[in-house]
Write a protein that binds this ligand. Structure first.
Ligand SMILES: O=C(O)[C@H](O)[C@@H](O)[C@H](O)[C@H](O)COP(=O)(O)O
Length: 253
């Protein structure tokens, strides 16, 4: 049974960045104390910039970065040094600035087709569950990440799970691919909902007025005309926490 979501409505994006840093630092300490590691899944988009407060005191020195494990919620199937790569975005804006061991960062494999890249990433996750690096959900048998940090598109997409695309209905695969993403570039791999929803904690980090209509639907204040938005399927085994700014909540009552 899913818990009620926690909703932080903050003034500006800069307040979201501070609240998010606090939340992540607390979870990092909690999970490292409990299990000796902290598995974090990053999406692309504006999220990476909103993580910037973690690079400031007191977080930079108080967080035990050596225990972090980094995964990618979705990734564009391009070389890792390509301007469209989520790995490059995360590396340039965040990962290169914190002492997370390189071997704890799990980018996609290059030079594979979208299908092969998704398969390879899924196999790697399964291997990490089998060797005890990642936890396993006792409920679903999928990997259980400590924290998934996700953005949302104005159309209500999460990861690369889009409204009119079959990938959002996937029940068996952990990671799947899409070659006609409505948001460019077209070829991507993405976590599926059963993998996403097996997480302990999911933070939905959404700022800016482009998101306001979809936020109204996501928070139950407006019908989605009979067909749920992908974001409405985010429902973790653990806790869902929203980080929103004034612009993103401007359509709410
Ligand atoms: O590959 C990507 O583009 C992302 O991972 C994607 O899922 C993103 O999180 C949303 O599209 C929101 O993006 P913004 O935060 O830039 O609006």
């Amino acid at each position: 049974m899913a818990h009620h979501p926690v909703i932080h409505k903050l003034e500006a994006e800069s307040n979201v960045a501070v609240a998010l840093a606090n939340y992540i630092a607390d979870l990092s300490a909690k999970f490292i104390a409990a299990n000796g590691s902290f598995s974090v899944v990053l999406s692309g988009g504006t999220l990476i910039d909103t993580l910037r407060k973690l690079l400031d005191p007191p977080y930079m020195s108080s967080i035990d970065w050596s225990k972090w494990l980094i995964f990618f919620l979705d990734e564009r199937v391009v070389p890792l040094d390509h301007p469209d790569s989520n790995y490059k975005l995360a590396y340039d804006g965040f990962l290169s600035k914190v002492p997370i061991p390189k071997s704890n960062i799990y980018p996609i494999k290059e030079k594979l087709s979208p299908d092969e890249a998704a398969d390879e990433y899924e196999q790697r996750l399964k291997h990490l569950v089998a060797n005890g690096t990642l936890k396993k959900s006792p409920v679903t048998g999928f990997a259980k990440f400590d924290l998934i940090l996700a953005g949302m598109g104005p159309d209500g997409h999460v990861a690369s799970l889009f409204c009119w695309h079959f990938q959002r209905f996937e029940k068996t695969k952990w990671v799947t691919s899409i070659t006609d993403s409505p948001k460019p570039p077209p070829s991507r791999i993405t976590f599926t909902f059963p993998l996403i929803n097996s997480a302990s904690e999911i933070a939905m980090v959404v700022t800016g007025e482009d998101a306001a209509d979809a936020i109204k639907v996501a928070l139950g204040q407006h019908a989605s005309y009979g067909y749920p938005l992908p974001v409405q399927k985010v429902s973790p085994e653990g806790t869902l926490t929203w980080f929103l700014d004034n612009a993103a909540t401007s359509e709410l009552k």
